[in-house]
Design a binder for this molecule. Structure first.
Ligand SMILES: Cc1ncc(COP(=O)(O)O)c(C=O)c1O
Length: 402
């Protein structure tokens, strides 16, 4: 183990490791992306149209699924998926407490109750061995989350879903480009929901998509994503002549539009390149941090091709004189942006107050929730940026070491 000298932390008035701030995330948008958006701006068609349809076709082909509906967020995709399988008042939907707000919020939007299942302590993905015991006659769907970009154990979750007649809706917000046992995410679960939010591995600023092999769900989702009306606008105003539309359900305004589609389609071409850069940076961070005894890194399963969306570390506060938040603030003061993914959802006030969740119910999630920090990991980072992250983390841990 390298023993660093205890330099004065920037938090305490010392010189920061970096002279300028390294943001937690910065999207990589190049001239091709700009050209694609500009061409769309000049095309005369801005809303949902040929570019969105083209992206849907390409994403379906890439994931090996029969259908894709592009929407304006992963949150919208998750909501539409639950609507399509008929989740409503009095139902229960199972998910992981280590996720973003929206995975649980959409369950509530449907009038249903979120049922959390603890995570595996090493991968932070849902503990598939604990799902069965949480199934009740009211359970209507399972939403496993591919945490940080590592697919959950899909064969196991799908088998549980099949045994209980429950659709599996995969929250793949982090995992575009990931593979499970050599198969791409998006063609395995009953429905898969992707995010193209600004921080995601490919982005349209805001955006999302859902893939499925089931025609009836794809049809329902396409209708519900656009007001519940029976024809897409671009068909209504197309060259084929005016067609009346009917409102067949009280739908939502969740459609992706062509400016978004142009950007994400252009980014999609670079997915493999971005992935390779993420792997290189991740390897560099691993090498720089592997001998810091107070840090644990999430485990990777041999069957996973990880999308490396995030670089979360677990801070073993038992071995330090400071808690997670102090460590986090100290790293930030060294001019390194950080994030937290995630504080366990069941402990947030709304979920605790509304559903009676308490600390102690999901110990693995809670241990992680109190200790995690996400370090920067994105293709726009240079090797020197990654080295600065390592230097800042080592400096801070060395300072607070017991
Ligand atoms: C696990 C997870 N699910 C869902 C979402 C929602 O994605 P979006 O912002 O596209 O709605 C996020 C967003 O960060 C996420 O991290």
């Amino acid at each position: 183990m390298t023993i660093e000298t205890r330099e004065t932390l920037a938090l305490q008035g010392g010189a920061p490791v970096r002279a300028s701030f390294l943001p937690f995330h910065q999207p990589l948008v190049d001239a091709d992306d700009e050209r694609a958006v500009l061409e769309t701006l000049r095309s005369g068609w801005l809303t949902t149209g040929p570019r969105t349809k083209g992206f849907e076709k390409d994403l379906a082909a890439y994931t090996g699924s029969a259908h894709c509906v592009a929407v304006n967020s992963c949150t919208a995709a998750l909501h539409l998926a639950l609507e399509a399988v008929g989740v409503g008042a009095g139902d229960e939907v199972m998910t992981s407490p280590i996720t973003f707000a929206s995975t649980a919020n959409v369950i509530v939007h449907c009038g249903a109750r979120p049922v959390f299942v603890d995570v595996e302590p090493d991968t932070l993905n849902i503990d598939v061995g604990a799902i069965d015991a949480a199934v009740t006659p009211r359970t209507r769907a399972l939403i496993p989350v591919d945490f940080a970009g590592q697919p959950c154990d899909l064969d196991a979750v799908m088998a549980i879903g099949a045994r209980h007649g429950l659709p599996v809706i995969e929250d793949a917000a982090h995992s575009i480009g990931a593979e499970y046992k050599g198969r791409r995410i998006g063609g395995i679960a009953d429905m898969t929901c992707f995010s193209f939010y600004a921080t995601k591995n490919i982005t349209s600023g805001e955006g999302g998509a859902l893939t499925t092999n089931r025609q009836e769900w794809a049809d329902r989702i396409a209708v519900m994503a656009l007001h519940g009306i029976s024809h897409d606008a671009w068909k209504r105003y197309g060259a084929e002549g005016y067609r009346h539309w009917d409102i067949i359900a009280a739908g939502y305004k969740y459609n992706m539009f062509d400016l978004q589609a142009a950007l994400v389609r252009s980014q999609f071409d670079k997915l493999e390149r971005f992935h390779a850069r993420r792997v290189a940076l991740k390897t560099r961070l691993d090498a720089g941090l592997q001998d810091v005894p107070e840090i644990t890194l999430p485990a990777e399963r041999a069957w996973a091709r990880h999308a490396y969306h995030l670089y979360p570390i677990v801070v073993r506060t038992e071995m330090l004189t400071a808690d997670r938040d102090t460590i986090m603030n100290a790293i930030q003061a060294e001019n390194i942006g950080i994030g937290v993914h995630f504080r366990a959802v069941h402990l947030h006030p709304f979920y605790a107050d509304t559903f009676g969740f308490r600390r102690g119910m999901f110990p693995h999630a809670e241990y992680y929730s109190d200790r995690t920090i996400s370090l920067p990991l994105y293709p726009r980072m240079t090797d020197a940026d990654a080295d600065a992250v390592v230097a800042a983390v080592r400096k801070v841990f060395s300072h607070y070491r017991r």
